[in-house]
Design a protein around this ligand. Structure first.
Ligand code: GFB
Length: 318
């Protein structure tokens, strides 16, 4: 099959590139705006997207591209993140319908769920139950609209648009810019530079919020296995995570062990937002389809990420 992967330069896109040798019977085409070639499509430009897809004859799509970031990018950019992601998702979905791309993977996130749900853990049926956390409502509502659009196309056009819901992703190839990244890559880059210059290490918030974490390479495998499953998974929405949940403090402590810095010397800046305190989601459906999936342990995932960061200083996305 000929498979289009949008967001080819992002963390999950690059992770899929790493595991493509396991799926050699398929042709993967990675769209990447940072290159200057035929695949550097501006997904915000509707006519450019429709023109590109009309010339490609893709069979499947893995739609990863998004305007995305951590808590502090979302807090400061809710309007543009809503607008950009609505445009990107609408253009890509329209291109799929116009070009008979009838099976694909579309990525949601655990942060789009309600911030005050009727129960925990939250399952796939609760996505639209009530408003998301205010800190990222722009991103969250754009993803919720994509979810609705996938479900409507599945009903109206018998497409197989599958929505996967990762929890907080981390791993090699992440965005390490401390200003707009997620927790782990932002801290890795900041602590690394603090260590170099013998500076005080600071983490944000109280450290009390809870997070579930998913290693990028694990999610890349899940995406490919779901897409290429033999028709058993057709139009479902599936939360993808293991059974672990950590306080932010525990995450930072694991990172301090891996980076060999003293956790006790880290100062917590409680003037900075904690964001959503808890967004625990339920992996029962995932376990039904993948009862034997082997997740990377959190310690090993953090260790792999830091080692990758140290080996790839010259090509970091900062
Ligand atoms: O990964 P993160 O930025 O996003 O984590 P969310 C934020 C949590 O980590 C907050 C604490 O509790 C922060 O107070 N934290 C501590 C830090 N130090 C830092 C730091 O240096 N940088 C950052 N970024 N946080 C995201 C959504 O929420 O979840 C996204 O905003 C995305 O849209 C993602 O979907 C899954 O987990 O809070």
């Amino acid at each position: 099959m000929k498979i289009c992967c949008t967001g080819g330069n992002g963390m999950i896109g690059q992770s899929i590139k790493d595991i493509v040798p396991n799926y050699l019977e398929h042709e993967f085409i990675f769209l990447n705006r940072s290159l200057n070639n035929e695949y550097s499509v501006n997904l915000l430009d509707r006519s450019e997207v429709l023109d590109f897809f009309s010339k490609q004859q893709f069979d499947y799509i893995i739609h990863l591209a998004a305007d995305v970031g951590g808590l502090f990018k979302n807090l400061n950019n809710n309007a543009s993140m809503f607008s950009n992601n609505i445009k990107i998702n609408e253009n890509v979905l329209e291109a799929c319908i116009q070009n008979n791309i009838n099976r694909g993977i579309f990525i949601l996130s655990s942060c789009i769920f309600p911030c005050n749900p009727s129960m925990f853990p939250m399952n796939e049926s609760m996505i639209h139950e009530s408003p998301p956390h205010y800190s990222n409502e722009g991103y969250a509502y754009s993803k919720r609209m994509m979810h609705i659009q996938c479900q409507q196309y599945n009903k109206s056009f018998q497409t197989e648009f599958i929505c996967l819901v990762p929890v907080n992703l981390y791993g090699p190839y992440d965005n390490f810019n401390p200003e707009n990244s997620h927790l782990l890559p932002g801290l890795i880059h900041r602590f690394h530079n603090n260590k170099l210059h013998n500076e005080q290490m600071i983490a944000y918030g109280t450290g009390a919020p809870l997070r579930q974490m998913l290693y990028s390479i694990d999610f890349a495998k899940i995406i490919c296995d779901v897409l290429l499953s033999n028709g058993t998974i057709t139009n479902q929405t599936i939360i993808c995570c293991n059974d672990d949940e950590f306080e932010i403090k525990e995450i930072v402590k694991t990172l301090s062990n891996v980076m060999e810095v003293s956790y006790d010397n880290i100062i917590w800046d409680t003037n900075m937002s904690d964001g959503c305190l808890k967004k625990t989601v339920d992996n029962t459906l995932f376990k039904f389809y993948f009862p034997n999936f082997q997740f990377t342990s959190f310690y090993n995932g953090v260790k792999n990420t830091y080692e990758w960061y140290m080996l790839n200083q010259s090509r970091l996305r900062i």
